[in-house]
Write a protein that binds this ligand. Structure first.
Ligand code: NAD
Length: 374
């Protein structure tokens, strides 16, 4: 723990994962937190997102090297899970993604690092401003439509010209959560004829409120919604029924954005090779569930494969493509979390009985923590 200041010292690391251009905290948010904490920024941390070192210095932060940050900070913040040589010293609090990685959990526990895994932020009104999954899913949903539209050889909007009339493309989003609804809204703005589907009954109204058509299933395909607002995992029989029921709809679509996920579980398989054979050649699937196994049988993370004339894309870095705004939103979420945990005297409090801290500390056997430097 730092012994030279009254305030908690928070370090921000530069992302190392291939293609990752986001930064976890941007200068304007550091400025807003400056009265409550001191900040060390790894040199170049924000460069790829459009925030250079000088902007951080102007916001009141100090630029530092990785070993210095790992050794001297009380809290270390980053987007992606840390690599082996980015694990901070024992007793430190790490704020990052990686909550579903048991190996990372073991590594951090052995090192006595407290991990505030961002996937564990509860889906409650109070915690909404801290919810990085929502902010980044929103960007991914928007970007998925742009990527899909670029890969199609047809236009999304209807065009009436002297050369004839072009019919609008038909699009469907499978999974109408945060990413799916943003994909629906974005495809509507581009003029496609838009459809949506989800196993949660509440999704129908949300899909329809965006002017899209909700695709209904006659078969019993879903166990619906869990208490946390997420979908429950389907049985394998229900999944097979759903695949068959969806295939007749997918046979009429040119752009398919799949976003179906169940937290901590493999993504449900919604599109198999039989369905691909039924789809129009030249159609495009953008599978946003690629990182958790994919909603399509042939999806490969970060690759595009073509099967039966259908292009299946599995991008896992879409928020990073829009790194400036993705970082702004991610950083806004981290600022809200830190502002919640820090008190006026610069003390960081983690109380397992608090609904937000408790969710973040779940499974870590951590008693009440109060980090401050005296
Ligand atoms: P997610 O990323 O876990 O899943 C995406 C979507 O896939 C979900 O809508 C889910 O129902 C759907 N899905 C799962 N299995 C499916 C299947 N077999 N077939 C079709 N669809 C399937 O979820 P998400 O986007 O993070 O959000 C889930 C819910 O939580 C939504 O209702 C969202 O509005 C809600 N939410 C609430 C808050 C809040 O209150 N603070 C914040 C974020 C999200």
């Amino acid at each position: 723990m730092n012994t030279h200041t009254q305030q908690v010292v928070i370090g921000v690391l530069r992302e190392r994962a291939t293609g990752e251009r986001r930064v976890a905290l941007i200068p304007s948010d550091i400025k807003r937190l400056h009265s409550k904490a001191k900040f060390l920024i790894q040199s170049g941390a924000g460069r790829e997102a459009g925030f250079d070192d000088i902007a951080y210095v102007n916001a009141g932060a100090r630029i530092a090297a990785l070993p210095d940050i790992l050794e001297s900070c009380d809290v270390v913040v980053k987007v992606r899970p840390p690599t082996v040589d980015e694990v901070p010293r024992g007793g430190c609090i790490l704020v990052s993604l990686g909550g579903y990685d048991p190996d990372l959990g073991d590594r951090l526990r052995k090192r006595s690092v407290i991990h505030l895994a961002l996937e564990r932020i509860p889906r409650t009104t109070r915690a909404q401003a801290m919810d990085v999954l929502s902010s980044q899913a929103s960007i991914a949903g928007y970007a998925s439509v742009l990527e899909g539209a670029r890969a199609l050889s047809v236009l999304l909007p209807m065009l009436t010209t002297a050369a004839g009339t072009i019919k609008p493309a038909r699009m469907i989003a499978l999974g109408a959560g945060v990413a799916g609804l943003q994909a629906i809204a974005s495809a509507r703005r581009l003029g496609a004829v838009v459809h949506g589907f989800d196993v949660r009954a509440a999704a129908r109204e949300q899909v329809e409120s965006l002017g899209a058509k909700f695709v209904s299933m006659d078969a019993d395909v879903g166990p619906g919604e869990s208490a946390g607002g997420y979908a429950r995992e389907q049985s394998s029989d229900q999944q097979a029924l759903l695949r068959r029921a969806l295939s007749t709809h997918l046979a009429t679509m040119q752009l398919v954005i799949t976003t179906a996920q169940v937290p901590g579980r493999p993504a449900p398989l919604l599109i198999d090779r039989d369905t691909l054979r039924m789809m129009p050649p030249g159609s495009v699937i953008v599978d946003l569930a690629a990182e958790t196994g994919g909603n399509c049988e042939v999806t490969r993370p970060d690759q595009t494969v073509t099967v039966s004339g259908v292009r299946i894309m599995g991008p896992t870095d879409l928020p990073s493509l829009m790194a400036t705004d993705a970082s702004r939103m991610f950083s806004g979420n981290i600022r809200a979390l830190l502002a919640y945990l820090l008190d006026e005297s610069g003390r960081l409090n983690l109380d397992p009985s608090d609904p937000i801290s408790g969710a973040l500390l779940a499974g870590q056997n951590v008693a009440r923590v109060s980090v401050a430097v005296v």
